[in-house]
Design a binder for this molecule. Structure first.
Ligand SMILES: NC(=O)c1ccc[n+]([C@@H]2O[C@H](COP(=O)([O-])OP(=O)(O)OC[C@H]3O[C@@H](n4cnc5c(N)ncnc54)[C@H](OP(=O)(O)O)[C@@H]3O)[C@@H](O)[C@H]2O)c1
Length: 234
């Protein structure tokens, strides 16, 4: 169980929809200090928040951030990209960016911050997605599936050393990552942030916060046609 009270939290992608909600909610729960990491850091107007430059596709920036923020006790890998093209035909740089930003980047972040997390017996939160288990997100799904497994692998390595690892797998959230005008059925970022910290404080290993994610997760043990019924029709 990890309390946010007096924690030192780092959120990647802090300027995004869920990232901002995670920063705000950490402060409301009594975090002593929050590093708001972003490609283009901004001022937050709160002395408890330190903006930090961190680009997940730039390993040097990850090392620099870890050197500046070695006191992090709760590390949140939140940032991600969602290129929309098909895996077969999208520009290969889009596929590479998804894997770099959504999978390799978070792995490098954990490796860079691990010494501090281990010393503090802190916690790691990786924000996955329902698309960790469902291929419609194409390159994004590929990268998020990898992050799901990396989260489980890190947990096996870190738990015996006292670091808790939480994986979060939401369905659609009303943030700039979601295109279009129809926002119905989407979770509010503030609700996912609150559920994330509730799960962390309760010592959960996974958070599956909505019905869509629970349904897809439940279908994983069934034949592949349960998730992709069109295959059975053909
Ligand atoms: N929205 C959904 O429906 C949904 C559903 C399930 C899971 N999630 C997950 O929730 C997390 C947060 O996404 P969101 O919905 O809040 O989307 P968002 O508003 O688009 O935020 C994503 C953030 O990631 C940052 N980012 C992108 N590439 C980066 C890089 N190379 N280095 C550092 N930061 C980078 C972006 O930075 P800039 O501000 O510089 O662009 C942005 O602030 C993601 O992991 C996403 O996969 C979202």
């Amino acid at each position: 169980m990890t309390s946010l009270k007096d924690a030192t939290v780092l959120v990647t992608g802090a300027n995004g929809g869920l990232g901002t909600a995670l920063v705000d909610a950490a402060l409301r729960r009594g975090a002593r200090h929050v590093y708001a990491a972003a490609r283009n850091p901004k001022e937050w107007g709160d002395e408890r928040v330190t903006p930090l430059q961190l680009d997940l596709t730039d390993p040097d920036s990850i090392e620099r951030a870890a050197a500046q923020a070695g006191d992090v006790t709760v590390l949140i890998n939140n940032a991600a990209v969602f290129p929309r093209g098909d895996l077969l035909t999208a520009p290969v740089q889009d596929v590479r960016e998804a894997v770099d930003a959504n999978l390799l980047g978070p792995i490098l972040v954990v490796r860079a911050f691990a010494p501090g997390l281990l010393a503090a017996k802190g916690a790691l939160v990786n924000i996955g997605s329902v698309l960790s288990w469902f291929a419609v997100g194409k390159a994004h799904s590929v990268s998020k599936a990898g992050l799901w497994m990396a989260t489980n692998a890190f947990r096996l390595e870190l738990a015996p050393q006292g670091v808790h690892v939480l994986g979060v797998y939401p369905g659609p959230i009303d943030t700039p990552m979601q295109p279009g005008d129809d926002r119905s059925g989407m979770s509010r970022p503030a609700d996912i942030a609150a559920a994330t910290y509730d799960a962390l404080e309760a010592g959960e290993f996974e958070l599956i916060p909505d019905a869509m994610a629970a349904k897809v997760h439940g279908a994983l043990s069934q034949p592949v046609t349960a998730l992709y019924p069109a295959l059975a029709a053909g």
